[in-house]
Design a protein around this ligand. Sequence first.
Ligand SMILES: *Cc1c(COP(=O)(O)O)cnc(C)c1O
Length: 222
Amino acid sequence: MNIGNKIAEIKQNIPAQVKLVAVSKTKPNEDILDAYNSGHKIFGENKVQDLVKKQEELPKDIEWHFIGHPQSNKVKFIAPFIHLIHGVDSLKLLKVINKEAQKNNRVVKCLLQFHIAEESTKFGLLIDEAKTILESEEFVTLNNVAIAGVMGMATNTDNINQIKKEFSTLKNIFNLLKNEYFSNSEIFTEISMGMSHDFKIAVEEGSTLIRVGSKIFGARNY
Ligand SMILES: *Cc1c(COP(=O)(O)O)cnc(C)c1O
């Protein structure tokens, strides 16, 4: 199956309102163009340098998502064009994004990343840390970032019940934040969860945005 067919197959298996971010990290422009020419416009990368190069070389109507944690000193390179930054987990990073967005006269959308997995290696906030950020005096002054929702990664396991539980936790966090801080926000709508091996479960648990790489482009060789 070619790349376009793989994307079509995934889209057939998710509800129409769930968006697919095709994670093209480590993959060459030709692969991205295959997907693009089949009609797909949303791509995700996790290295600033690679993303900037691809953005320069590829069609300008691609919607680029940053799916990791940009280093503070590199945010300036993606601020002019990035559509959504998925992996924000500190006030410090939000402040940097705000500053660089302001320089570009933009409001950059961000997702707060939460720690929902069992592994201690996965990044992310705990709910109390998020509350501290959202209730801080500084947060209110950040007019060039918009919190568009939450993001999380489940434990890498075959235990479907555990994955389900972790995604359900993220959905609950979304609902809680929505009620407490974003009830009037039209932007706070996204729950970014689900990758190649677990996106079906994620969609069942309420994902609005899945991030799928290897199932579209094949295994990555780093
Ligand atoms: C690489 C990556 C993905 C895609 O992973 P696959 O298993 O290849 O689908 C999704 N989200 C994040 C944050 C990633 O780094």
